[in-house]
Design a protein. Structure first.
Length: 174
């Protein structure tokens, strides 16, 4: 059922088995024939988060598919995979991420699959989430709404009935 690969076997000769299917080609290496080339199929290591330090102020929107750690000030919207708001950070704008950890201050809407407000968090704005955790000591002013897909910013929730028209809810006048 399983057989030893002859690609990396130094004792194997090219004419050992003429009926075998041809071996897949490997990229030439610099002197070592026993190292296969895994660069195209191996998963890449995860990049470290981008860090915005305490002395940095950004005016404008940030968008990445990676992770961001904010320690400084941002005036604009942020979209990321994982967003960590440091204790010294102040963000004025909407933040949208799969995973959000707030240790500092956010003034604006927060949208995330997982939202966590630590004991040092100060949030002034609405939170739309799938799961939320609020530690004792966190300061929060706004509304909290659970949605199955909080990252979808445009369309209303699936299956939601439109609000009834005001005229249809009034009783007929006599």
């Amino acid at each position: 059922m399983f057989s030893k690969s002859k690609i990396n076997d130094p004792s194997a000769k090219p004419s050992d088995d003429a009926s075998a299917s041809p071996a897949p080609a490997t990229a030439p290496s610099s002197g070592s024939a026993s190292k296969p080339d895994f660069t195209s199929s191996a998963p890449r290591p995860k990049a470290p988060p981008s860090t915005l330090s305490t002395d940095l102020t950004i005016t404008g929107n940030l968008k990445t598919t990676g992770d961001i750690q904010v320690e400084g000030n941002v005036e604009g919207d942020i979209r990321a995979h994982l967003l960590t708001v440091g204790e010294t950070a102040v963000i004025k704008g909407e933040i949208v991420a799969d995973d959000i950890v707030v240790n500092g201050r956010v003034i604006g809407r927060v949208r995330g699959l997982k939202v966590r407000l630590t004991s040092t968090a100060r949030v002034e704005g609405d939170i739309i989430h799938k799961t939320i955790a609020i530690e004792s000591g966190a300061h929060f002013e706004g509304s909290v709404q659970r949605q199955d897909d909080p990252l979808n910013t445009g369309a209303p929730k699936k299956g939601a009935a439109p609000a009834p028209a005001p005229a249809s809810s009034e009783a007929p006048k006599a």
